[in-house]
Design a protein around this ligand. Structure first.
Ligand SMILES: [Zn+2]
Length: 493
């Protein structure tokens, strides 16, 4: 089957082969919302989204879960946040206020932003908040197993550690029932009952089925949740994927401790930025999904990720390459509706647009819009793309893409140039041109008649119209601005 060429379809096949026929498959994704959620995290969720869609396209029922690890501890005060936040160190990030909006918790603020952003590109997983799961003691039975098999877990983890884990190490941590911090020490474990003491002086014995103050350590937490949700597929960043990394140990713990066959795994590479030096909004140079969404339409944004296998690194362009990316997407769409796509291209298009339109949608080319926007001619165009173009021109476009139509011609022109511009005016007065091509052909006639080189002619025309030597395609620029307007302008020489 030719469709196997598309990477997500290949992964879907592998899941079915490895996990067998199931009533429902579970695909998972998730992160700790400790700081701003960046584009690398987006790669994780869109990788899962594509695999979910590939499975569904094969007629399978799929549950797509996204887990927020928001019961993790607040580890350090990020740059730009008040030093005062040190008082929250060691508390769950779900239980401290956001420094940016005190109606929300630290975790909620980041979660909400990200959830809104991915919704815009049609990614709609079922969100699971680990602080809620832990607070309602959902994992008590599995935690009990982890506690009973603590030595086995230690043995697995120690294989990859230089320093073995300490004697009194436990696979869990406790948030103190009084001060809420994790500055606690477990003193005894008996079935579901745990005793601990805290640095604050508080100590107690509690039942893990009744009091949700247990936080599971990451390398145990991951396989425990595979087992709990019966996960069949999950991608992971390259940092988790190296030998001895958390995937290696989680796989083993999943089998040896929780008696669960680990999910099919796909690692994904990081994403870089090309252009867009103007970034300033995000601390620590982390590129936010919302910033990408400012200049890429949802389908084109998805297309960026569709076209690159998760294991390959790539850069998201903010420079003039944005134009060619839009052009490639438009070309793919046209090809799709002309019925000429090969199976791979067909899948790429379907995965990009998600809801395939009935017929070829009307889209204005990005390059053309970039000119229209700058001469105020895009106001009547009701396309989402107009706003993206505006944002791009304002923030990232190269100088060669920016221009402003002159109110009055300024600068000096030599005799030949003046003659050529007078000819141009005449040509524009003669008739109304219906196409760029029709007008464009006239330029060469002008050059021949006046005896001026093509380059010199274009140079003079650009200087007269937009006051710089280069600009958008001349014929198209003139027709966009309007012949009458250009005639008026040339009159001012
Ligand atoms: Zn305490």
């Amino acid at each position: 089957m030719a469709e196997k060429f598309f990477w997500a379809d290949a992964i879907a096949d592998q899941i079915i082969k490895q996990k067998g026929t199931k009533k429902e498959y579970v695909c998972a994704s998730g992160i700790t919302p400790s700081g701003q959620v960046h584009i690398g995290n987006f790669r994780e969720v869109i990788t899962t989204d594509m695999v979910v869609r590939a499975l569904r396209d094969k007629g399978k029922k799929v549950r797509f879960i996204y887990s927020w690890d928001d019961f993790d501890r607040f580890r350090k005060v990020p740059a730009g946040v008040n030093k005062d936040y040190e008082k929250y160190l060691g508390m769950p990030i779900s239980d401290i206020p956001s420094p940016f909006d005190d109606s929300m918790s630290y975790a909620e603020f980041n979660e909400e932003k990200f959830e809104n952003s991915i919704g815009k590109v049609w990614i709609e997983p079922e969100f699971i908040y680990q602080n809620e799961m832990n607070k309602k003691c959902a994992y008590a039975d599995l935690i009990k197993i982890a506690l009973e098999k603590k030595d086995k877990i230690k043995e697995i983890l120690n294989k990859f550690r230089k320093e073995p884990l300490e004697k009194d190490w436990w696979p869990i941590m406790i948030y103190c029932g009084a001060c809420k911090k994790d500055l606690t020490k477990i003193t005894s474990v008996d079935g579901y009952k745990i005793s601990y003491e805290c640095e604050c002086g508080h100590s107690e014995t509690f039942d893990i089925r009744k009091k949700g103050i247990v936080s599971i350590r990451w390398r145990i937490d991951w396989p425990l949740r595979w087992r709990y949700e019966h996960v069949d597929f999950e991608p992971g960043g390259i940092d988790h994927s190296v030998y001895g990394g958390s995937f290696t140990t989680s796989k083993e713990i999943s089998k040896e401790v929780f008696d669960f066959e680990p999910p099919v795994y796909q690692f994904y590479e990081w994403i870089g930025i090309k252009g867009g030096q103007a970034f300033s909004s995000s601390a620590g140079n982390a590129l936010m999904l919302s910033e990408v969404e400012e200049i890429y339409e949802p389908a084109v944004l998805r297309y960026l990720f569709v076209g690159t296998k998760p294991r390959s690194a790539f850069n998201i362009s903010f420079d003039n390459d944005v134009i060619s990316i839009y052009e490639k997407f438009d070309a793919l769409e046209e090809k799709y509706f002309s019925g000429k796509c090969n199976p791979m291209e067909k899948r790429m298009y379907e995965m990009s647009v998600v809801n395939v339109p009935k017929k070829l949608p009307k889209r204005t080319g990005f390059r053309h819009l970039a000119s229209l926007v700058q001469i105020g001619g895009a106001d009547k165009i009701k396309e989402e793309r107009v706003e993206k173009v505006r944002n791009w021109i304002e923030k990232y476009a190269g100088d060669d893409m920016k221009f402003e139509v002159q109110k009055k011609v300024s600068g000096k022109f030599n005799v030949k140039e003046k003659k050529a511009l007078a000819e141009l005016k005449k040509v524009l007065e003669e008739k109304e041109y219906k196409s760029d091509k029709e007008l464009f052909d006239k330029f060469y006639e002008i050059c021949e008649k006046v005896g001026i080189g093509n380059t010199e002619f274009f140079d003079a025309a650009y200087r007269a119209i937009i006051g710089k030597e280069k600009g958008p395609r001349l014929a198209s620029l003139i027709l966009m601005v309007g012949q009458k307007e250009i005639i008026k302008l040339l009159d001012t020489i």
